[in-house]
Design a protein around this ligand. Structure first.
Ligand SMILES: Nc1ncnc2c1ncn2[C@@H]1O[C@H](COP(=O)(O)OP(=O)(O)OP(=O)(O)O)[C@@H](O)[C@H]1O
Ligand SMILES: [Mg+2]
Length: 296
């Protein structure tokens, strides 16, 4: 692993991978998970997106909410935050008919869907319990990689503990919130990886995302991944491009990438890696290539 970029991430308990929609967050989460596992860390990739697709990246069966073992040290779980909240109710309200009543009540439904920060807290609380070995039936886990949903941008995830702790001040939820807030606020324990394409809108959003991280959670990203770069045009690639149109397209995409990388250079200090656009479909081969780039 590269000493300057990825080494600091290796000892974290939680790594949040975030960025604009479609930039490669899931692919990078899968690759990062694989890398950490290859370094001996028992790693669980936590996917929140209801469309569930990280398993395809890893050629694993779908999780459906369960923890799936991918390799000896790599696990995957697709989590619906609502399921975590329902489980909390089940644990707290031990009488079955009461539990049923709570879970079915419109008030609970309204609360669990609408309360700001609650679903995010469910994701973080679950991650914390995993690394603490407090999830019944779960394997021992050293680090959770959260493939954060695009909407809300991961900043919402990191902002949630503070939001919730302002509202709920006492009881078991409050103490859990405090523990999660400590985890998220500690750069030694929680890492943030921002993924972007070297294109105008994604770069603008990545810069905004970093500004939000600074102002809302006083955090700097640990790593920027500039993903999907057109490879520089070389003699050999030129020969593979059969038509003048294909060459023009390639040149112009690469020029755009260069301009946006220069804009990133200007405004974003800190570790970064560049990952090329590979001519591969979503799957383990693509993830292995991205892993290689991250490790370089
Ligand atoms: N470096 C790459 N080279 C080639 N294809 C890539 C690369 N990175 C990602 N992809 C492909 O781009 C598509 C989007 O990637 P991915 O699903 O990881 O993005 P995402 O940020 O998770 O998207 P969403 O916001 O929709 O969850 C996928 O089909 C993936 O296989
Ligand atoms: Mg995704």
């Amino acid at each position: 692993m590269n000493a300057s970029t990825l080494t600091p991430l290796i000892s974290r308990e939680l790594i949040v991978v975030t960025g604009k929609g479609g930039v490669g967050k899931s692919a990078v989460s899968a690759a990062l998970g694989g890398l950490l596992a290859s370094q001996g860390r028992r790693t669980l990739i936590l996917e929140i997106d209801p469309r569930e697709n990280v398993h395809q990246m890893l050629a694993a069966p779908p999780s459906g909410g369960e923890i799936v073992q991918v390799t000896s040290k790599l696990y995957l779980q697709h989590l619906q935050p609502r399921m975590v909240l329902d489980q909390l109710v089940r644990e707290r309200v031990r009488v079955e008919f009461l539990t049923k009543r709570v879970l079915e009540s419109p008030v609970y439904h309204h609360f669990s869907e609408g309360a700001p920060g609650l679903k995010e807290m469910a994701v973080l609380g679950h991650s914390l319990l995993l690394v603490q070995g407090r999830v019944p039936g779960a394997p021992a886990i050293d680090v959770v990689v959260v493939d954060a949903p695009a909407t809300g941008h991961g900043v919402a995830l990191l902002r949630a503990p503070r939001l919730v702790s302002e509202v709920i001040r006492q009881g078991p939820v409050a103490s859990m919130t405090k523990e999660v807030a400590e985890l998220v606020a500690s750069p030694d324990r929680c890492g943030v990886v921002v993924v972007t394409l070297a294109e105008e809108m994604p770069v603008t959003e990545a810069l905004e995302l970093r500004a939000d991280l600074r102002s809302d959670v006083q955090r700097e990203p640990d790593l920027l991944v500039a993903n999907g770069l057109y490879p520089p045009v070389s003699e050999s690639t030129r020969e593979t491009l059969e038509t003048a149109d294909a060459r023009r397209l390639w040149y112009s995409r690469r020029e755009l990438n260069d301009a946006e990388l220069a804009r990133l250079d200007e405004h974003w200090s800190g570790p970064r890696v560049k990952v090329p656009l590979f001519p591969l479909d979503r799957g383990p081969e693509l993830v292995a290539e991205i892993e290689r780039e991250l490790a370089q």
